[in-house]
Design a protein around this ligand. Structure first.
Ligand code: BG6
Length: 481
């Protein structure tokens, strides 16, 4: 249900708000998709007047919105929606001022609270909103990942938020679920009969899910050094991708049916405990190197990062799903910062034909690329022209941007913010889903502490530590580069 509503962004001067949320809201405004009189109120500690915030927002949005879609007139209309209130979200006294602000103008309308802050503030903010009587039937709250640092802290956050908001009002965002290609994965699997019969252990040798970035930690060193690649990426984005690859077809495409199927996958993940943690996971940290012809310093020289930091900037894990469809099929997950190339892709490696008739025959491979371009390609074997039967792999290649050239590609946040406004939580994580993911991650984190080893170094601009290659080579497999 779409409410006439306002959106309040806690952390309104932070990177997430300025680089992601405002550009997404601007595009929705420009395309006439925001409720007509929706106000956007940014909240942060910095004392700023409304005009100064509008100028700050414009500066950042101009830098982050493609020129072709930045339209001055549309911007003026969007800026008129923007307001700013300086407040300290950790001080309950400040919520009285917020309540008075909200009483001006239209009352009795919906409110969306977006938590673009550190997760340790989520509970306090929710409690203060409830105490100031700013919660109720027509309010929703959006939480950014990671929710907590462990199962216990995630449960505490979820319980705290649950005291102020009912589960259907809580939108736990994972922006990977807003990416077009990620949703296309569901279309590929559940709207085409072709793949279903072979989408299982009898036909699939293994699955790789890689999210490699060339970026480092930018100015998020303080947050990142406390989180690391496991909590920042694998616990959420990569596990969500794994769920979409592995889940059964939901009965309906609605929030509970889809999320219940994902929870089943998370619950079927085989625990990695004890010494297995050493065999099935690899932690890495980048040292100095070169990317795109530029020298890049080591992680421990990044701003706000401890000089002796042992936070992982790379992680690879060999996961297994103990269920009928997937028993015995390894899912190799890896993610890292400052790698050679920015690519996010899922590789479904099929098994070879049972009996080889021809030389050079290789097994089929389906590659679903999310970034930098959105493509789905299927590697097939074809005969080389001329005499004989020498084979070569060729690709059936679908570029989704070309296929829908006339339509603008939406940013993940656009889709997800619109879903929040419309109250559709299909692409958001349910409480049990977040907790099931932590339940699987926790023993790995504990194993890393118990059998402590410093993260393996890898040069910036490489494909990660060599131990990540061994994870596959031990079973005569290779990462798809
Ligand atoms: C965020 C992480 O969730 O995802 C960042 O906190 C990471 O560290 C980012 O850089 C990657 O997102 P994308 O959409 O660029 O792949």
């Amino acid at each position: 249900m779409t409410l006439p509503c306002d959106m309040l962004v806690f952390g309104g001067t932070g990177d997430l708000a300025l680089h992601k949320l405002l550009p997404a809201l601007y595009h929705l405004h420009r395309d006439g998709r925001l409720p007509a009189d929706m106000r956007i109120l940014a909240l942060a500690r910095t004392p700023l007047q409304r005009a100064a915030y509008q100028a700050l927002a414009e500066r950042h949005c101009r830098a982050h919105i493609p020129r072709a879609t930045f339209d001055n007139e549309a911007w003026q209309g969007f800026a008129a929606r923007l307001d700013y209130l300086a407040m300290d979200a950790s001080q309950s006294a400040d919520y009285g001022r917020l309540a008075r602000y909200l009483e001006q103008g239209a009352c009795r309308r919906g409110r969306i609270y977006y938590m673009a802050t550190a997760p340790d503030l989520f509970q306090d903010i929710a409690a203060s909103l409830a105490t100031a009587r700013l919660t109720g039937e027509h309010t929703r709250i959006v939480l950014e990942k990671p929710i907590g640092r462990s199962l216990a802290s995630a449960q505490a956050i979820n319980a705290g938020i649950g005291q102020a908001f009912d589960e259907p009002q809580i939108f736990r965002i994972d922006h990977y679920l807003g990416k077009e290609t990620v949703q296309n994965l569901m279309a590929l699997r559940f709207a085409n009969a072709l793949f279903e019969p072979v989408w299982r252990s009898g036909h699939i040798d293994h699955v790789q899910i890689s999210v490699c970035e060339t970026l480092g930690v930018e100015n998020r060193g303080a947050y990142y050094d406390n989180a690391g690649a496991m909590r920042d990426m694998l616990q959420n984005h990569l596990l969500q991708l794994l769920c979409l690859v592995a889940m059964e077809a939901p009965v309906r495409f609605d929030a509970d049916s889809v999320r219940s199927e994902k929870v089943k996958v998370l619950e079927a993940l085989k625990p990695i405990t004890g010494l297995d943690v050493q065999d099935k996971t690899v932690r890495g940290q980048y040292v100095a190197g070169r990317i795109g012809g530029h020298d890049v310093p080591a992680y421990y020289f990044e701003k706000n990062v401890d000089n002796d930091s042992d936070t992982e900037t790379f992680v690879a894990v060999q996961a297994e799903i103990d269920n009928w469809r997937w028993a015995g099929v390894p899912f190799y997950l890896r993610t890292g910062k400052r790698m050679a190339r920015k690519t996010s892709e899922i590789v479904i490696q099929f098994k070879p034909v049972p009996h080889r008739l021809f030389n050079g025959s290789e097994a089929n491979r389906l590659i679903i690329r999310l970034q930098p371009e959105e493509r789905i390609s299927l590697q097939l074997m074809a005969k080389q022209p001329g005499k004989g039967m020498s084979l070569e792999p060729v690709e059936l290649d679908l570029n989704l941007a070309d296929a829908f050239r006339q339509r603008r590609r939406w940013d993940a946040y656009e889709r997800l913010l619109l879903d929040v406004i419309e109250g559709d939580s299909t692409l958001f994580m349910r409480r049990d889903e977040v907790e099931a993911a932590w339940r699987w991650i926790d023993p790995i984190l504990q194993g890393w502490q118990e059998y402590y080893q410093r993260p393996k170094p890898y040069p910036a601009g490489s494909n990660g530590p060599e131990q990540a290659a061994s994870l596959l080579e031990n079973s005569e497999r290779r990462w798809h580069e």
